[in-house]
Design a protein around this ligand. Sequence first.
Ligand code: PDD
Length: 286
Amino acid sequence: MDSIAYVNGSFVPLSDAKVSVLDRGFLFADGIYEVSAVLDGKLVDNASHLARLERSVGEIKLKLPETVGRITEIQKELIARNKLANGLVYLQVTRGADTGRDFPFPKGDVKSSLVMFTSEKDIVNAVSAKTGINVITVPDIRWERRDIKSVALLAQVLAKQAAAEAGAGEAWMLEDGFVTEGGSSTAFIVTQDDVIVTRQNSNAILPGCTRKAVMALAEERQLRVEERAFTVAEALAAKEAFITSASSFVQPVVAIDGKQVGGGKPGPMATRLREIYVEFAKATGV
Ligand code: PDD
C-alpha cells in the first residue's frame, strides 16, 4: 500500500506526491533537507535537526513556508497517518517553482516548497550494527559549504555508489590527506588510549546532529573526546572506528579500503556509544 506524503499543505499518497518541473530544487538543487529518525513512533533528536534546518535555510536566504512548530506538527501527523513505528522522516524545502528557469532568486512572491515523506527502517536492530561495516575512501569533490545541508548530493551519490559497488557500507571522503566525513555520516575513530576523535565542525563538513548528541553523551560519562581531523593511516592504527547519522545512529567500521580496523570486529566503545545513544533516543523521543 502507498504510504502518505506531505506536499505543500496536502497529505497525499506517495505516488501522487508531485512538484513542478520548474521547482528550483529539481532545476538547481536550490533547497535544503533534513532526515530525522523515528523510534517507537517518536521523533529522535528532532529539535536539533530543525535547528540545523533553520540555520541551513538562513545561509542560502531561503524562507521556510511554515514555522518550525508547524513543521513538527506535520512530521508527527505524517508518522501517525503512516502508522510508522521505526524509520525516517525525510523533509525537503526548496525555493519553489518560478515561471521559468532563471538562476537568480524569483522576483515575485514565489512560495518555497515543502515536501515530506517517511520510510520504514529498523535502525536499532540493523544487522550491520552487530557485524560492523566496511568503508572505502574516495576524494571529497564537494563544494566549500558542506555545513549547509543542501539537496545537491551528486558527489555523495557517486561516492556511495562506488561504496555499494565495492560491497562497502559507506564511503569516507578525503581532502588534503584527511578524512572529512562519510557520504551521509560523520566519521569517528577511537585512539589506542581511548580518545574518541572526530573532525571539528567547519565549512568542510556537515555538523551532524547525531555527532553532537553522541559527543555530549560521551562527555557526560567522562569519556575523552577530541575534535580534530584524522588521516586514514591513523584510522587504520586506531583501536576502533565508527560512523554516526540519523539513519544509522552509531555503526562500527571494521575495515577501510579492505584493511581491517580494530581486528575487524565492532569495538567496545562503538558498541557502548550505540547503546547509550539508543537509550537517549528512547528516553527523549517526541
Ligand atoms: N545524512 N554528514 C553528511 C554528509 C550527511 O549527509 C549526514 C546525514 C551526516 C550525519 O548527520 P546527522 O547525524 O545529523 O544525521 C553527516 C542523512 C542521514 C542523509 O543524507 O540521509
